[in-house]
Design a protein around this ligand. Structure first.
Ligand code: SF4
Ligand code: MG
Length: 334
């Protein structure tokens, strides 16, 4: 099957080139990411804060222009769509933001917020707009009479449902959730995750979930891309990733969550040190300053993202040796 969305060597640089009065040094937030997302899957992009995952999520929707590289949606290069022709793209590609407190206009009623995309895309007129808003609110588990109230009257979880209703209003094919539950109470997170899963099934959506926490996305994702300092270091089916992570960084991230599977041969490798500044990423493998397996070649040559089996990918010079040391973890994954 052709991918629904494909990123080809995406690069995004923020800031201006180094100069005397420049207080805003250049940051390469995304450094050559290629990804292929399948129709109907939930694809997670995971990494620590500052790894470029939110930037990547916005590049995928063309909410940000890449410095270089391309995004193809349903086979069409959307990087080439002129900015005055983006409307149909906006219909198909939507986003749910991390902070349901900041992302809803406090001066608009819930009904106005959800109706906005319906009007913008000319999907209904007059009374039919209100009917559609009622239906969308029910779809996300809210009462239609909430339409006349304002965002501040609602809890975080309810506001995120409003944000989801707004994202659904244009009838999108793909939704990016930028840490859609991380601002919510833990007790509410599962409800919103369940809602997203339900909606995906019911509406045939493709979901891209940006997250810093592997625990949150485990049960809702099909595949996961792990990012470190602007690059993808591992891509795998979710079970393979959890049972037998190949990249030392993935292993470290997993070491931070409780082992839930009795068969998982989880080797704990807690992550030392901070993420290096993205203004000056380390040479060679960007993870070498924190990697317990780093050797000389790691400091000199950047590992390629290599296809390991099927479409599983890893970027580490020594993944084979490390996997062998850890008791055939790769075999356990297959
Ligand atoms: Fe560690 Fe070297 Fe692999 Fe990078 S390439 S993850 S430093 S072993
Ligand atoms: Mg972010």
């Amino acid at each position: 099957d052709a991918p629904i969305l494909e990123a080809r060597d995406l690069v995004k640089v923020f800031g201006k080139p180094q100069g005397l009065l420049n207080r805003n040094p250049q940051v390469q937030a995304v450094s050559g990411v290629s990804l292929s997302i399948r129709r109907g899957e939930t694809f997670a992009i995971v990494g620590e804060s500052g790894c470029g995952k939110s930037t990547l999520g916005r590049l995928l929707l063309r909410l940000l222009e890449p410095t270089s590289g391309e995004v193809h949606f349903e086979g069409r290069n959307i990087s080439e769509v002129p900015s005055d022709k983006l409307r149909s793209l906006r219909r198909d590609l939507q986003i749910v933001f991390q902070d349901p407190f900041a992302s809803l206009n406090p001066r608009m009623t819930v009904g106005q917020i959800v109706a906005e995309p319906i009007r913008l895309h000319g999907l209904a007129k007059g009374r039919a707009v209100r009917d559609k808003v009622d239906e969308l609110l029910r779809t996300v588990g809210l009462r239609p009479d909430f339409a006349d109230r304002y965002p501040h009257e609602f809890s975080g979880g309810q506001r995120q449902r409003i944000g989801i209703a707004r994202a659904l209003a244009s009838g999108p094919k793909l939704i990016v959730g930028d840490e859609p539950v991380s601002a919510l109470d833990v007790s509410i997170q599962a409800q919103v995750v369940n809602l997203l899963e339900e909606l995906k099934e019911k509406l045939g959506l493709t979901l891209v979930i940006v997250a810093h926490d592997l625990a949150v996305i485990r049960h809702m994702s099909d595949r996961v891309a792990v990012m470190y300092l602007g690059q993808t270091v591992e891509v795998a089916e979710v079970d393979a990733l959890y049972e037998a992570p190949l990249h030392p960084y993935t292993r470290a991230l997993l070491g931070a969550i409780p082992v839930s599977s009795p068969t998982a041969r989880r080797v704990r490798e807690p992550l030392g040190g901070d993420v290096p500044s993205p203004t000056a990423p380390p040479p060679g493998c960007r993870f070498h300053t924190r990697c317990p397996h780093a050797r000389t070649p790691c400091r000199e040559t950047a590992p390629e993202l290599e296809t390991v089996q099927g479409d599983r990918q890893v970027a580490c010079h020594f993944w084979r040796e490390i996997a062998a040391e850890q008791g055939g973890a790769l075999a356990a994954a297959t």
